[in-house]
Design a protein. Structure first.
Lengths: 477, 210
């Protein structure tokens, strides 16, 4: 637009927003330029097919990428066959549509295949200062790079594909400043669950959450992605972390990141991407990293999170207000009693994976706990690397052997049992400790009871046979 | 899309908070690569006492006459939270719902509603609770997008929907068509932007192709 940008101080999100603002529409929406569109087989094929059916084309296929992650099989030696009875049709439809529209596809067997929010950073598709959308609610993960990244519906995906724009209302700005140092053994996942527990599942509704403060600066890129991943559990529009040396070092040399002289131009721009001192936020929260402990969820919403070892909260102790009805429902579903001891509960399964916690550093930390130990009898334990590249690197370090020797299944990359796709499930009433991001009713299969936690806590619990604090592991005999 | 201007229909009260998209359409019900064939799976986990044989659970409101013919849903706060899957709205729309009245919606879900001809109507909780109480005995309500009012029994409430969403619903418009009319403006913007942020453009020529 020809009018000039508002004067400083501006927030990071406002800077990105302004550089993507094409026109103001009636009714309070803005026509915003989209730089990257990511698709996966669950909804991508539907959007592309629907686009073709309306005789429309993809405006800039070079800036659209598709991967197979949501319903692909994750068993070794996988093919197009899926456990979900009709899943193969989704794979084929996405493959055909991607070819038809000239879109780069990370297909089965491609070394770049994996969960969309894992592969995009690996390939340097997400960059600071871009707008990136994907028909997936955890797209906010990629805001860790200082991008505006958000989840959209399939019809919006069609709109973005056909026009390289979206019509959206300007989200509000929220800043969550986390200062201090996370105690040893406490991870970005625990921090994220701590925040969701405190602010509640609607706590950042309609906001772009900027995670700031010394504790965030200290996180590596993978941990920042874990933190941003759970912003959607606050109902946030998106999350963002100002890019810095850690971001730039991660991106340099990646396939789709700029190189040569282009890198220097990009870097010059990226270094302006931070909130000016004095920039106004619609809401601000402050968190002391020292207050965060390893967390585990007890209910059926990520806001139902408590420090490990704490009793199941009583209704009147809930920091975030649930109705009595939803509290009772949650406890009933999870077969828990108020005041009960979570760590005494035997678990049936342990799952390490998902776009929250399936990257190399996650697997390394879990493996450090598993090394030389065995999963408790009767516990089914599964590790699903987030991408084929993560799997390759983990195998190069021998992590697969550590997982296997401990009694974990070692799978091919994908979303797997992060959500129930209609095929593989843990089983009704089975209690699962999981490194994923959602503990909704039946999320991991009909009737399954999910407790969210960090990969360390999942590993420690798998060994103990009940929910266990990774800091209290018995020394190896 | 069928335009929606004024609707008098049976409204079913389902007063739970945080009804998420997994509850609206369980993922195992999303079996086809298409936007249709989903109505049968709507609320499957609650609607059927036995999912596989599709045995209706008589306790569930949509299995009780006259609410089995409802075209409006009355619900609790944060309706449509959870995954961004649009199938939830497609299932509601295919089943016949044209409007959902609730104290709040998840933002993604709210946008999906508008794009699929389902009106997301926000009223304060006491009003929603009052409507739910009224439809327990007098099930028909009237929703008017022209006047932005909901009528139940002898009472009336005003809601407000953005101008563009309202026009889209009332005219049954497709947003892509509207935006494509601005193609030249988009092309000009991309040309200017590709000078400023060349590294963001991945097309072979590093230039806009709009
Ligand atoms: S891993 Fe889970 S949360 Fe992440 S994209 Fe896949 S299904 Fe969604």
């Amino acid at each position: 637009m020809s009018d000039s940008a508002p004067p400083p101080p501006r927030t990071l999100a406002e800077k990105i927003w302004w550089d993507h603002r094409i026109a103001e529409m009636d009714g309070g929406t803005t026509l915003v330029l989209i730089d990257r569109i990511l698709l996966h087989e669950r909804t991508g094929g539907v959007a592309l097919k629907s686009l073709s059916a309306a005789n429309r084309s993809v405006m800039v296929p070079d800036q659209v990428f598709a991967t197979m992650d949501h319903i692909v099989d994750t068993f070794p030696g996988r093919t197009d066959k899926t456990l979900m009875p009709t899943g193969t049709a989704f794979l084929i439809a996405t493959r055909e549509a991607a070819h038809e529209h000239g879109i780069t596809l990370f297909d089965l067997g491609d070394p770049r295949q994996g969960i969309v929010h894992v592969t995009s950073p690996e390939q340097g598709i997400v960059l600071p200062g871009v707008t990136l959308v994907c028909p997936d609610s955890h797209t906010c993960t990629q805001g860790a790079f200082g991008a505006l990244a958000w989840g959209i519906g399939s019809t919006e995906a069609e709109h973005a594909l056909a026009t390289m724009t979206l019509r959206i209302a300007r989200p509000l700005d929220m800043r969550i400043t986390i200062d201090g140092v996370l105690p040893s053994g406490v991870t970005a996942k625990d921090l994220a669950l701590h925040i969701v527990g405190r602010l509640g599942s609607g706590g950042a509704k309609g906001h772009i959450v900027e995670f700031a403060g010394s504790a965030v600066r200290a996180l590596d890129m993978e941990a920042r992605m874990t933190l941003c991943n759970l912003a959607t559990e606050l109902a946030a529009f998106g999350a963002v972390v100002a890019p810095d040396q850690i971001t730039f070092a991660y991106l340099q040399g990646r396939t789709y990141a700029p190189s040569g002289a282009g890198w220097d131009v990009a870097l010059g721009y990226w270094q302006t991407l931070n909130s000016d001192p004095g920039a106004a936020f619609a809401a601000e929260h402050h968190i002391d990293a020292a207050d965060v402990a390893p967390m585990v969820t007890w209910g059926t919403s990520p806001q139902h999170a408590a420090p490990i070892g704490a009793p199941v909260p009583r209704f009147d102790e809930l920091g975030v207000r649930d109705s009595q009805d939803s509290y009772d429902r949650a406890l009933d579903y999870m077969a828990l009693a108020p005041g009960g001891d979570l760590t005494a509960l035997p678990i049936d399964a342990a799952f390490i994976g998902s776009c929250t916690n399936s990257r190399l550093s996650d697997l390394r930390r879990a493996a450090a706990i598993l090394r030389g130990r065995k999963v408790a009898p009767g516990v089914r334990a599964i590790c699903v690397p987030g991408s084929t590249e993560v799997k390759r690197q983990a195998e190069a370090e021998g992590l697969d052997i550590v997982f296997r020797e401990a009694g974990f299944e070692w799978r091919e990359a994908g979303c797997s049992m992060c959500f129930f796709a209609g095929g593989e499930s843990f089983g009704a009433q089975e209690r699962v400790i999981s490194s994923t991001n959602r503990n909704f009713e039946s999320r991991q299969g009909p009737g399954t009871r999910t407790h969210l936690a960090s990969p360390e806590t999942v590993a420690a619990s798998a060994i103990a046979g009940h929910i266990a604090d990774p800091r209290r592991l018995e020394p190896i005999q | 899309m069928t335009p929606l201007v004024r609707l008098t229909a049976i409204a079913a009260p389902l007063m739970r908070e945080n009804i998420d998209t997994d509850a609206i359409i369980p993922s195992r019900e999303m079996k086809t690569v298409s936007k249709t064939g989903l109505a049968d799976g709507l609320f499957a986990g609650w609607r059927y006492s036995e999912i596989d044989s599709r045995t209706p659970d008589p306790v569930f409101i949509l299995n009780q006459p006259p609410y089995d013919r409802a075209n409006v849903l009355i619900s609790g706060a944060n309706f449509g939270c959870g995954s961004s899957r649009e199938h939830a709205v497609w299932a509601l729309a295919e089943y016949g719902f044209r409007a959902v009245v609730a104290p709040s919606f998840s933002p993604i879900f709210e946008g999906n509603c508008i794009r699929n001809g389902v009106a997301p109507i926000i009223l304060p909780l006491p009003a929603v609770e009052r409507i739910a109480a009224i439809v327990a005995t007098r099930p028909h309500i009237t929703i008017d997008l022209e006047t932005q009012t909901v009528r139940a029994g002898d009472e009336e409430w005003r809601f407000s929907l953005g101008n563009e969403p309202r026009q889209m619903l009332m005219q049954g418009l497709d947003a892509i068509e509207l935006t494509l009319q601005r193609r030249p403006e988009i092309a000009t913007f991309r040309a200017m932007d590709s000078e400023r942020r060349p590294w963001a453009y991945l097309s072979g020529q590093h230039g806009p192709s709009a």
